[in-house]
Every structure is written in structure tokens, then in C-alpha cells.
Design a protein around this ligand. Sequence first.
Ligand code: NCD
Length: 448
Amino acid sequence: MSTLIKGADLVGRGRGDVLVRDGRVVETGTVSAPAGASVVDADGLVLLPGLVDLHAHLREPGREDAETVLTGTRAAAKGGYTAVCAMANSYPVADTAGVVEQVAALGRAAAHADVQPLGAVSVGLAGERLAEIGAMADSAARVRMFSDDGHCVSDPRLMRRALEYVKTFGGLIAQHAEEPRLTEGAQMNEGAVSAELGLPGWPSVAEEAIVARDVLLAEYVGARIHFCHVSTARSVEIIGEAKARGVRVTAEVCPHHLLLTDERARTYDPVFKVNPPLRTADDVAALRGALAEGVVDAVATDHAPHPPQDKDCEWPAARPGMLGLETALSITVAALGGPDACDWDMVAERTSRAPARIAGLDAHGRDPEPGAEANFTLVDPARTWTVAPSELASRSRNTPYAGLELPVTVQATFLRGRATVLDGELAPVAPPAPRTRADAGLVAEEIE
Ligand code: NCD
């Protein structure tokens, strides 16, 4: 089966066509449609390598009331993603080979985006004993990235051991940087707004102290460290200094930290409660600069779906977190100055190529070269859209952008040449035939 994508902006390489057969690019340039090929008119559209998210909470197993791998990957496809890294804070926690294999199998069955599970660093995210890191790495899920996200690996000895362990097989630790003794009871960014509102503050130094410590630990061990959702000006300064010294450090920023500030807490609307919290305008400016310069390598969503009972309540009782997958590209482009000002090559780098490299997802983050897997996103830079929570593909509704008109629309997403989104709508996706016992549900049956 062939598809010809006709007349797209191929980001830095001018306008061109891309011919796809059996899931791979076979030809680019000026290509005439072979007999029987389906033709996608991409006139005026930008072709990006399929977006790769380093940080999504897909909630399955355990919180299927908030999201499932199927609904989460449908949301991902709508947002232009072809690969999603699933965080380990599920119930049970993804701290064993069994759970990460289950998540990977659910991703294959959903077939809307590739799902790469992360493994937990510590058993039950409790920060006390190392999880089965080796077993998860050797499992069918081939885990390379480990994180206790939602919790910080705050014990420096455990972090040192985790770094030493993953170094042996080329893995990395993704740290949720939050010194817990400095954020006890915290509800929002510590600063003028928290003082005025009388809400306990989450000081920026709680993040920066861990970033500084872990840069030093990673340097000492010679291992790779990645920082999740960096949110402060000083964090990116420390990361920039470490990179200049040659420390093997990478970092991600979330779209909401590129756009929103702690002023939003004045609404007392818990949709703006998130961890780490929305910071100040100075932090937002520093994060934008760091993203543009590459000190921050990647945009990651921290897609954190929550059901109404966890969000439609008073601020202190609400769970932190907001949806991200369906709005990330639009918010990133808006934060970078809008579709006319933004550098699409840089967008491709930060939303696709760099995260694919960090996660070791070799088939993703590839520009359309002959032989590459056909994982792409077609974006209409001139078309805006309005966020309607009821129309989101996610099972949850906790988007901070409800009713806002956002720039750029994802028109199509292709996963191995197959459209998961076409004309801006989810395309019918036939799940692949079961390949493993876990795919076929046999593991679950045997357990019962
Ligand atoms: C995350 C979640 O909901 O799983 N929430 C969030 O605000 N980022 C976990 C967390 O980091 O607290």
C-alpha cells in the first residue's frame, strides 16, 4: 500500500513530495503518484517528524477512570504524536518487568502511537529500594529510561546507585527534581502571589537544589541524567553550566511552563494546579530562551489526566496536573512567537528529534529520508482551533486552555505510513494481530 504526500513544506528542505510504501519512505522530491496510491494534498502544510513525548501519564493500569492507554494514545495522535513515553506512577507502579510489559502490550493493541514505558527507579516510588531495573531493561518492553516522577528520588545514595546501574546498559534516570523537605504542604509557587493568597509556597530552590545535586552526581558517576519538567530560571542556568562542562545532562520543559504564570492561581481554579507549579514571568522568559538555545533539549507534555472528583474541588484538595497531549504543539508554537515567527526546524528538533534521541526511539524523530519509518505529522500553520474540552480524545477534561483559540492545527498523523489522524479527525485504526501472549490477553487469563 502506498501513500503520496504531495507538496508539503519539508522543513528546511523546501517544498516536496514524500512517497511511503509498507510503512517506510521510499522517495522524496518531486514524485508522481504510482498506480493505486492514495494521495494526500499537503499544499500549505508543514511536515514534521512525528512528535515524541518523553513524559505522559497514561494512568493504566489502575486509574482507567482518568485515562487508558487507548484514550491517551488517541489524544497523542490528535496532538501529532507518534510515540509516547508512559510514566511509571500507575497502580500498580511500573516497577517490575510484568507491569512495563503490560503497558507496552496495551500500547501495541491500541495502535494509535508507539508506547514506551518508563520503569520506576524505586520500589513503589517509595524512594527506599531500587526497583527491578535490570529485569525491566531486559524485558520485552526494553526499558531504558527510569523515573519516580510524581516523586523525587531525594535520597542521594539511592540516586547514585541508580545512576551507576543504568550506566551499565546505556540507560538514564529522569528526575522529578523536588526536594521534599522544602515543599511540604506546598500548593503553588512560593512568591508574591502565594503570599497574597495565603497559600503555602513551593520554592524554586526546591527544584534547583536537586538539579544542582544530581548534575554533580551524574558527573561523578559518568552517567546520563535527564530532568523532567524544569520550571525555573536558575534550573536552566545550572543545566547550561553543566552542559558546558560536558556533563551528560538533558532536560525537558512543559508547554504550560512556557505560557502560564502563577498569576493564574488567583482564580483558585484547580485546573491551574500542577507540579512543579506555574512560576513567574521571569521564569517563563528564561525557559523560552533556554528552549530556543537548546539548553533545554525537548518539549514534554507531562500530560496528567484527572477525573472530575480529583479536580472539581477546592484548590488544596485538588490533585496537581493538567492535560497536555492535544494542545502541546499549539502552545509551544504560541510561546515561540506564533506560526509566522517560529522556526519549524527548531520545533521539529525540540518536539521530535531530540526527545527520540533521549529516549532511544531510533525509528522516531526521523526526517523523511528513503528507508526511514514513515512517522510524520502534517500541520496547518495558518489554521487556528478552539479548545472544546468535550471534544478532546482524552478521557479527562482538565485542560487549562478551555475556550481558547490556539494557533496551528494538526491535520494528519502517520504511524508507519498509516494515518491515525486525517483531516484533523481520528482515523479508524485496526489493531494489529496479536504477536505475543501478553498481546492476546493470555497473561491476564493465566493470572486469573
Ligand atoms: C503528575 C500526575 O498527576 O501524575 N502531576 C503533575 O502535576 N505533574 C505527577 C506529579 O508530578 O505530581
